[in-house]
Write a protein that binds this ligand. Structure first.
Ligand SMILES: Cc1ncc(COP(=O)(O)O)c(C=O)c1O
Length: 434
């Protein structure tokens, strides 16, 4: 850390260049993210450097985005090559990377014959698409129901779930502080206690109010990422699947954070210990899919569901953009070619074991799968712990007041994990959040 003319920001210490740039940032950016902790300049592999030249081992990976780390040679070459060929066409046209990517996603999801992909640009857009599909499904396809075109099919979402911040996805996002200021939101969304199958059954049984019809879909994350990396109970997940089957409702699994290798499988629903082998009806994805290029979307399982979207049902100018598609296709190929799913499983286990055994009394436990993990702190000082780690060269994040999240690139090495654990082992136990 260059401490010459450094300044304190919250509990962290900034160098002179960082301080200067952060002032400029604040002058022109709406304050939705708070003040940036650093201004970053460049990265390589699992490391990133700020404008003062300080290097950091990145155990957050742009929040589960930078699957291949920074400046991976195959990724940068694929993006540069595609940029030199064609960076964008309208959706009046298609491109090869987009077609190959959709084929690849259907294949790695093990989705049945007739499954189709919709591409958007972010996680929230993947979920918007899934919610719109559920509306159409609830108005047309649900078996054994009285359906009127004007009734509003209901959607069940879980407490502590996070699905994005655009108005549709926000309707299914639980955290009151970020949802309530924007109400009224999409009608027909009901929250039930995460893990409480009886509550979900009651919600299915209840007659919808204010013109709302039967429940068309349940949307959930198998590991509630923003809630602090909290896996759902396995029996609960299986019971939700059964309930959806009995009531002809869709099970939408939001894999925006857990998907594309993050948990050591392509998708978390493919982990027996998270899903018991259930198959979703819709999977949404984003974050890690394009290794840092903005992309998201959904996979609708099966022909009948896929056919609900017809020209005009949905779209976006950049949907399936060839630059993003090339970035994503290469990301998937590198994950496959370099055995990164296996690496994710092995390094994840090493990380959780290391944290468990490191002897830091501040750590009350560690949870997660693959490389999506959180340290439970014995008291709520996650923000201070995150800042302390940053000042000591490690990026993690305070995902809850008492939990630190780790989601490093899938390329992370054994020595990277050892280094991260050795820094975390030294986080002082007497930190307090402001
Ligand atoms: C599970 C889940 N769904 C949806 C989103 C929203 O994704 P985005 O920020 O790309 O819109 C997130 C973001 O953290 C997420 O974790």
């Amino acid at each position: 850390m260059n401490i010459e003319s450094s300044m304190e920001l919250g509990g962290t210490t900034l160098g002179p260049e960082d301080s200067h740039w952060i002032g400029d940032y604040r002058a022109v950016h709406m304050n939705v993210f708070g003040t940036p902790l650093r201004v970053m300049d460049h990265g390589s592999g699992t490391r990133i450097w700020d404008v003062d030249g300080n290097g950091y081992l990145d155990f957050l990976g742009g929040i589960a985005v930078n699957s291949l780390g920074y400046a991976h040679p195959r990724w940068t070459a694929a993006v540069a090559d595609q940029a030199a060929k064609v960076a964008h066409t309208s959706n009046y046209f298609a491109t090869e990377p987009q077609i190959r990517l959709a084929e690849k996603l259907v294949s790695i999801a093990g989705a049945p014959q007739g499954s189709h992909v919709y591409f958007g640009n972010s996680g929230t857009e993947g979920n918007e698409a899934a919610l719109k599909l559920a509306r159409l499904y609830g108005r047309t396809l649900m078996d054994g129901r009285e359906i009127t075109a004007r009734s509003v099919p209901r959607i069940i979402a879980l407490t502590h779930g996070f699905h994005g911040r655009t108005l549709g996805s926000l309707s299914a996002t639980w955290k009151p502080a970020i949802r309530e200021p924007f109400e009224p939101l999409m009608p027909g969304v009901e929250f039930v206690g995460s893990g409480d199958i009886d509550a979900m059954r009651r919600s299915f049984d209840a007659t919808g109010q204010d013109g709302c019809g039967p429940v068309a879909a349940v949307i959930l994350e198998l590991i509630q990422g923003e809630a602090g990396v909290r896996p759902l109970d396995l029996d609960y997940v299986k019971a939700v699947r059964r309930l959806c089957d009995e009531r002809h409702a869709l099970m939408i699994v939001d894999e925006v954070q857990t998907g594309i290798g993050r948990t050591g499988r392509w998708f978390a629903f493919q982990r027996e210990d998270l899903s018991g082998g259930i198959v979703p009806d819709v999977v949404t994805f984003a974050k890690g899919v394009a290794g840092g290029f903005p992309m998201g979307g959904m996979i609708a399982f099966g022909q009948a569901l896929s056919d609900l979207f017809t020209p005009g049902s949905h779209g976006s100018t950049f949907a399936g953009n060839p630059l993003g598609a090339a970035a994503a296709l290469t990301t998937l190929h590198v994950i496959e070619d370099d055995g990164l799913l296996e690496n994710c499983e092995t390094r994840g286990r090493q990380l959780r074991d290391g944290i468990t055994q490191c002897g830091n009394a501040l750590f009350a436990g560690v949870r997660g799968r693959g490389l999506l993990d959180a340290i439970q702190l014995s008291h709520p000082c996650a923000h201070a712990a995150m800042e302390w780690a940053l000042d000591h060269g490690l990026i993690v994040n305070a995902v809850a007041p008492d939990a630190l999240r780790m989601a490093p690139p899938l390329i992370v090495s054994e020595s990277d994990v050892d280094e991260a654990v050795s820094i975390l082992a030294r986080v002082p136990g007497d930190l307090v959040d402001d």
